[in-house]
Design a protein around this ligand. Sequence first.
Ligand SMILES: Cc1cc2nc3c(=O)[nH]c(=O)nc-3n(C[C@H](O)[C@H](O)[C@H](O)COP(=O)(O)OP(=O)(O)OC[C@H]3O[C@@H](n4cnc5c(N)ncnc54)[C@H](O)[C@@H]3O)c2cc1C
Length: 372
Amino acid sequence: VPGPHDADVLTAGAGPVGLLLAGDLCAAGLRVTVLEQRTAPITESRASTLHTRTMALLAERGVLGRLGKLPGGGPGHFGGLRLDLAAAAPGDPFAGQWKCPQARLEAALHERAVELGARVLRGRRLTGLTDLGDHVAVEATGGRTWTAGHLVGCDGERSTVRELAGFDFAGVPATKEMLRADVAGIDVPNRRFERHPNGLATAARWPDGSTRVMVHVFGAGPGRRNGDPDFEEIVSAWRKVTGEDIGHGTPLWLDAFDNTSRQVTRYRRGRVLLAGDAAHVQMPVGGQALNLGLQDAAALGALLPDHADDYHAARHPVGARTLTNIRAQTLLLLGGPEVEPLRETVAGLLALDTVRGHLARAISAPSADGQE
Ligand SMILES: Cc1cc2nc3c(=O)[nH]c(=O)nc-3n(C[C@H](O)[C@H](O)[C@H](O)COP(=O)(O)OP(=O)(O)OC[C@H]3O[C@@H](n4cnc5c(N)ncnc54)[C@H](O)[C@@H]3O)c2cc1C
């Protein structure tokens, strides 16, 4: 029976978080409309790591079946120090970490959401919202107003919903940055979080012969940029850290990411809620950004529409703990020679089963109380 509104729930953003949420809400019998500003799905490289809890969530929803067999992602790390994530869940079929390009995951989540009845409308950018107490009204490009019982902002790190609804986004600005590029036509040795006197370097050859390089110059702050970094900047940082020249290569993809760490102080304001990067922004160390967001969506999907009050208490503490572990990892990873004593100490602790299990669970299956 159609309700009085266009939808029971409107979500802004058809990224992985918005799509998982839309599918779950439809599976629970709600009418869901997703407004997405992009006219086409993303194709570029983004997150690629799925952790144990996320794998279980995707399996329960039949999404893993749509993805086919995924390759394992190796042992994992904590701030660049080897940490076998399988220690989180010995015997669990999803113990460890798994690799899946974000674009492929989004396609599978989109397919599921639409099959379950979600309306995913592309080319609609949310530009205004009003919380009317018993429902929300939303303006979007395309010139019409939408009404719904709840609005969920799944619109990513620069969330319009967060801004318009007046959420308090507390945290710390960036102090450090990593540069990344996929480069064709270079031949540098594979290495993982290799520490040099001037910085940190990672290189991994893709099956197509191009190489993903990632570099940080110790002490360098985030660049002032409006878009992607120049290849020249990455070539120069790479030379400074490794002594190698990759300037003759052809850049296929350029990226910079920093250690901004922010989280909204409330996950809900009235009839407006936030999930995923809209609710928390963090350095994507160890693939936790995407996993945390998908777990927000799964939790919220089980609570709307009647238990929206419980969402903040369920997810804010998990986000806060995850952001803390990411900041700790960033210190270990991007700190210069001054963090060597701390790295040695943590490496010693990581020899203990209990420490390995605790930190592996914090990454693979984080919980609110830290008793993962
Ligand atoms: C270049 C890049 C590289 C990354 N690399 C990694 C990585 O290596 N590891 C990792 O864990 N994470 C990585 N991330 C982060 C990861 O992609 C995010 O954590 C994840 O996509 C969050 O999902 P989300 O659905 O919350 O937000 P998003 O994926 O950002 O989706 C938000 C969606 O909302 C839409 N939107 C925004 N504003 C509006 C609006 N006003 N109206 C309608 N629609 C709107 C956007 O178009 C987008 O489709 C990377 C991100 C980027 C951009």
